[in-house]
Design a protein around this ligand. Structure first.
Ligand code: CP3
Length: 333
């Protein structure tokens, strides 16, 4: 059994597997080299030779226990024929939604448009480096995707003021997302993904009263779908205030915590395996501090099933030597 499955399925507390959100990315010079030659990010995700190579880059350097496929949550709206571009220094930029077009789209066209993502997963999951490691597939949660689809860019701190104005449009988009997220998940699993992570990066933007409608219900549907395929599912409802309530309602196999969560408090509230927490900025400090902070998490979770990760993605300015030191610290614990 892979280390991640041992923790998730067998609730093993003796090992602490490690992988890192955004482990394949800009802090690695070998990634930046490929990126320089490929200015179009979407096309890079759709090049299964390069995207599988990028996925494996961090595993060649560090003793990570899982590969996370190099792709993006916005490949889904792209597959739904919304225009998606990544502008340097700005982030994602999406075109306007054409809901009638989106509603007409069928499964075959969607899969056709993004099938290199699945081919990349197949390449990664059958690579010898992955022997006894997991291949993590992922999707954006319906709420976070809805935010990008309607807001057409990152909401940073605030949503467009009239975001909720068009209820009817929102409900239609949520139905379309449910259908195609299931298709996207199924295809990733069929090609070798054996853990699924659901990123709800903007869950923290919502008022408590809106969580049932936009986060709990649509995420629960997806979690149950992944479970029905016999694959463990990790949820990352970033910056929600009440992780306990989220876990009681949505019941993922693992919950990934952000760096604002007090790990000691969460330990008393949550029974399921926990992942992550360490602030990515700690990797920008010094080795002594990094070790102290990493060990703090390992100590707190020493009798709880725990997968080591950060509280959000690794920052582009991170020194790969610090990542190396972190992995070694966790492995030597
Ligand atoms: O290593 C991995 O974790 C796998 C690859 C991965 C990417 N994006 C690659 C990527 C994953 C899992 C994601 C998820 C993702 N994408 C999320 C959820 C996680 C989170 O960070 O909250 C979100 C919100 C997105 C949308 C997205 N994609 C944004 C906001 C950006 C711009 C970020 C920036 O700082 O410019 C991207 C681009 C992106 N996705 C990059 C990478 C490596 C950077 C591309 C580049 O400019 O080289």
């Amino acid at each position: 059994m892979t280390p991640l499955h041992q923790v998730i399925i067998n609730k093993d507390t003796k090992i602490n597997p490690i992988w890192i959100m955004r482990q394949a990315g800009r802090y690695l010079p070998e990634f930046r080299e490929i990126r320089k030659q490929n200015p179009n990010f979407i096309n890079l995700c759709l090049n299964e030779n390069l995207s599988s190579e990028i996925t494996l880059q961090p595993l060649k350097r560090f003793a990570f226990d899982a590969a996370i496929i190099f792709s993006d949550i916005l490949m889904l709206p792209y597959g739904l024929n919304q225009k998606v571009e990544f502008e340097k220094g700005f982030g994602p930029k999406l075109g306007e939604v054409n809901i009638d077009e989106m509603s007409k789209l069928d499964e075959v066209d969607f899969v056709q448009k993004i099938h290199p993502v699945y081919k990349a997963i197949k390449k990664v999951s059958t690579n010898e480096i992955i022997n006894n490691k997991n291949t993590i597939g992922f999707v954006g949660a319906p709420w976070t995707l809805l935010v990008y689809i309607i807001n057409q860019q990152s909401p940073k701190k605030k949503l467009k003021e009239d975001f909720f104005k068009n209820d009817f449009l929102i409900n239609r988009i949520l139905l379309i997302l449910e259908k195609f997220l299931k298709i996207h998940i199924k295809n990733q699993i069929d090609n070798g993904a054996n853990v699924i992570q659901i990123f709800d990066s903007w869950a923290g933007l919502l008022e408590e009263r809106d969580l049932p409608n936009y986060v709990y219900s649509p995420t629960l549907t997806l979690v149950n779908y992944v479970k029905s395929l016999n694959i463990p599912v990790i949820c990352f409802p970033r910056e929600i205030k009440n992780y306990k309530e989220f876990c009681e309602i949505v019941k993922p196999d693992v919950v990934s915590i952000d760096y604002n969560v007090d790990p000691r408090k969460i330990l008393n509230h949550i029974k399921i395996p926990i992942q992550g927490g360490l602030d990515p900025k700690i990797l920008l400090s010094d080795k002594e501090n990094l070790k102290k902070e990493a060990i703090k998490y390992l100590d707190i979770f020493k009798d709880h099933p725990y997968i080591f990760n950060l509280g959000h993605g690794v920052l582009p300015e991170t020194d790969p030597n610090m990542m190396d030191y972190l992995v070694k610290t966790v492995k030597d614990y």
